[in-house]
Design a protein around this ligand. Structure first.
Ligand code: HEC
Ligand code: HEC
Length: 303
């Protein structure tokens, strides 16, 4: 584990800490972020040249897409929903199950994954190294540049951020009711907290259509983590349905219904998932509050 972090003043939008963390071994530079950006949008990273990172993590769509489950090369459908990749510089572990300890390790996995880009990493590096614009790139250079670019993808300056910064008119009266529910009887804040509305932890919420995904227990080897998934950041959430690790909830209303019911019976259900009563007006207010988390997205090293 690298304990040393360098901090970058990337002019972050309102609501985030005023620096972007990066490991000392991979400082964000203008060059690395630009190289990572080029790689992120380059379909030559996939076996048949049809899929780039941005195919699934579409900047027009909060760096995710509209499919319930990821669609990769030759229209292969993967087992999980593509997450929004926003403010991931503050992430602690990556993927829904947390199997990647850092972004430098995470970024190589979709390239090699047979249902995503299907390109063994050594092959992709050989292919890219032969292209002039990549100038003899090596494996580490590719991974580190992609990680740097991912760290520059930031979301903030939402009505909620402006409200917290003191502009009380930034949230409507209804949204303020929703915020009180979020912090109060609905209990959302237990897990969706801080600048990114996530504890970056793993919880069993019993969300999902079928219980066929072992989640974080694949990584921790602890049965209590069976079907535990990472708490997603809620930034841009209202703009990017469907929801949950398997894309099984179509709307934010469906998500709230799931929580209000107290999830589903599971012996290892998180104690913070508890049944609560909610009127239709309150449900609407909570949805309106979640809409106030839509803000501004910035990516790349600022000019
Ligand atoms: C076919 C669609 C697809 C492509 C292509 C793809 N991803 Fe992903 N990405 C996903 C899915 C699905 C997950 C979650 C997988 C899981 O949890 O098992 C994910 C997870 C991630 C995460 C982790 C986010 C988090 O908070 O845990 C990052 C970062 C990421 N992808 C970056 C990339 C990069 C960089 C590329 C290109 C090299 C890429 N992805 C290509 C679908 C895709
Ligand atoms: C015990 C922790 C916990 C609590 C409490 C909690 N969440 Fe979550 N939330 C999670 C986890 C973990 C996930 C991912 C679950 C999955 O996909 O299987 C999630 C997913 C979501 C999603 C889907 C996001 C996406 O990108 O798919 C939304 C929206 C959401 N929660 C909103 C809420 C609201 C609103 C409340 C309060 C009513 C709430 N959460 C309470 C942990 C929690």
């Amino acid at each position: 584990m690298l304990l040393l972090f360098l901090a970058y003043a990337l002019r972050v939008p309102l609501g985030l800490d005023n620096y972007v963390p990066a490991p000392a071994s991979n400082p964000i530079t203008k060059e690395s972020a630009a190289l990572g950006r080029k790689l992120f949008f380059d379909k030559r990273l996939s076996r048949d040249g049809t899929v780039s990172c941005a195919t699934c993590h579409d900047p027009q769509y909060g760096f995710t897409d509209k499919h319930p489950k990821a669609v990769g090369i030759e229209n292969n459908v993967g087992p999980r929903r593509t997450p929004r990749i926003l403010n991931r510089a503050w992430g602690k572990r990556f993927f829904w199950d947390g199997r990647a300890p850092d972004l430098e390790n995470q970024v190589a996995q979709p390239i090699a994954n047979p249902s995503e880009m299907d390109m063994p990493v050594a092959k992709v590096v050989a292919r890219l190294a032969a292209i002039d614009e990549y100038n003899g790139i090596d494996e580490k250079g590719m991974r580190f540049a992609l990680a740097s670019y991912v760290r520059t993808i930031l979301a903030g300056n939402s009505p909620y951020d402006r409200y917290l910064a003191g502009d009380k008119s930034a949230l409507t009266a209804e949204q303020q009711v929703g915020l009180n529910l979020f912090r109060g009887k609905a209990g959302c804040i237990s897990c969706h907290l801080g600048p990114n509305l996530t504890d970056e932890g793993f919880h069993v919420t019993a969300a999902g259509a079928v219980d066929d995904d072992a989640g974080h227990s694949l990584v921790s080897f602890d049965d209590n983590d069976n079907a535990a998934f990472k708490t997603p950041s809620l930034r841009q959430v209202a703009a990017t349905p469907p929801y949950f690790h398997d894309g099984s909830a179509k709307t934010l209303g469906d998500v709230i219904d799931h929580y209000a019911k107290g999830g589903k019976l599971r012996k290892n259900l998180d104690p913070e998932i508890r049944k609560f009563s909610i009127t239709p007006e309150e449900k609407r207010a909570l949805v309106k509050f979640l809409e106030a988390l839509n803000g501004e997205i910035r990516e790349g090293y600022p000019e």
